[in-house]
Ligand binder design. Structure first.
Ligand SMILES: Cc1cc2nc3c(=O)[nH]c(=O)nc-3n(C[C@H](O)[C@H](O)[C@H](O)COP(=O)(O)O)c2cc1C
Length: 232
C-alpha cells in the first residue's frame, strides 16, 4: 500500500488531476451493493480520483491518471474496481483534503481478491459473462492498413473498463496517429463519458509504448476526445 501511495503522489501527468490513497477499512465510502459486485470485501484502503473542475478536459485527465494508478495497483497484485456511481461523495470528501474547485469524480477500493468466490459473488459478476466488449470492427476505422502497434493499441483500448460497461468510444487509426471520439448515443448516468475515454487513452499509450512507440496526446473538442500522435 505504501508503494501505491507513492505512485498516487508521484504520477501526476496533469496538474489538475490527482489521486489520493486513504487507509480506511470501514467501507463507509461505498454504497451497499458495490462491495459484493466489486468482489473486494474488507478492503483496507480506497483511492479517491480527484479533479479540479476549473480545468479544461478534466474528466479525460482524471480517467487517464486514475487508470495509470489502477494498472499499477494491478501489477502490484492488488485488486481494484472503478466506482463512479455507487459511492458517497460527501463521505469520501470528509476523508480527503480538497481544494476549492476540487471534486472526487470516482473512487476504487484497494484490496485483495479471494480465489474462491461464493455463489452470490458469481451471481453478481454474471457467471463469467462479464468482460464482454464490443467487436473491434464496430469500434475502429482505418484498421485495414494499420501498422502492428496501432492494431495492438486499439485492441488494448477495446478491453478498457467503462462505467456500466458502456464503452462510449470510437477509434480512428490515421497515419502515425490514433484518434478517440465519443459515441454520443446512450445515457451519461451522471458520469461523463469523457472520463471513460481518458481510461482508454491510458490503454492506448501503454500498448504503444510496449511496441516501442512514443507519442503525445492532444485534446480535441466534442465529439472528438483526443489524438495520440507518434513522436518520430
Ligand atoms: C468510470 C467508471 C465507473 C464505474 N462505476 C461503477 C460503480 O459505480 N459500481 C460498480 O459496481 N461498478 C462500476 N464500474 C465498473 C464497470 O461496471 C466495469 O468496469 C465494466 O462493467 C467492465 O467490467 P469488466 O472489466 O469486468 O468486463 C465503473 C467503471 C468505470 C470505468
Amino acid at each position: 500500500l505504501n508503494r501505491l501511495r507513492d505512485t498516487c503522489t508521484g504520477f501526476r501527468p496533469f496538474h489538475r488531476a490527482r489521486s489520493e490513497l486513504v487507509v480506511d477499512s470501514s467501507g463507509k465510502v461505498f454504497k451497499g451493493f458495490t462491495e459484493a459486485y466489486g468482489k473486494i470485501k474488507g478492503a483496507p484502503a480506497f483511492i479517491a480520483f480527484i479533479g479540479d473542475m476549473a480545468g479544461d478536459y478534466i474528466q479525460e485527465q482524471v480517467g487517464y491518471t486514475g487508470e495509470g494508478i489502477i494498472l499499477e495497483a494491478t501489477s502490484l497484485g492488488l485488486a481494484t474496481c472503478w466506482i463512479g456511481g455507487f459511492f458517497k461523495p460527501e463521505v469520501a470528501a470528509s476523508l480527503v483534503t480538497l481544494e476549492d474547485n476540487e471534486r472526487i469524480l470516482a473512487v476504487t477500493p484497494v484490496g485483495y481478491t479471494s480465489k474462491h468466490e461464493s455463489f452470490e459473488e458469481r451471481l453478481m459478476s454474471g457467471f463469467g459473462f462479464n468482460h464482454r466488449r464490443r467487436s473491434l470492427s464496430s469500434l475502429v476505422t482505418g484498421l485495414q492498413d494499420a501498422p502492428d502497434w496501432a492494431r495492438k493499441a486499439v485492441e488494448t483500448a477495446r478491453l478498457a473498463p467503462s462505467a456500466i460497461n458502456r464503452q462510449p468510444w470510437k477509434f480512428h487509426i490515421e497515419p502515425d496517429a490514433i484518434k478517440i471520439s465519443l459515441r454520443t448515443s446512450g445515457p451519461e448516468f451522471n458520469l461523463s463519458k469523457r472520463l471513460d475515454c481518458g481510461i482508454a487513452m491510458m490503454h492506448i499509450e501503454v500498448a504503444a509504448r510496449d511496441s516501442g512507440i512514443n507519442g503525445e496526446w492532444q485534446f480535441l473538442n466534442s465529439p472528438d476526445v483526443a489524438i495520440f500522435k507518434v513522436i518520430p
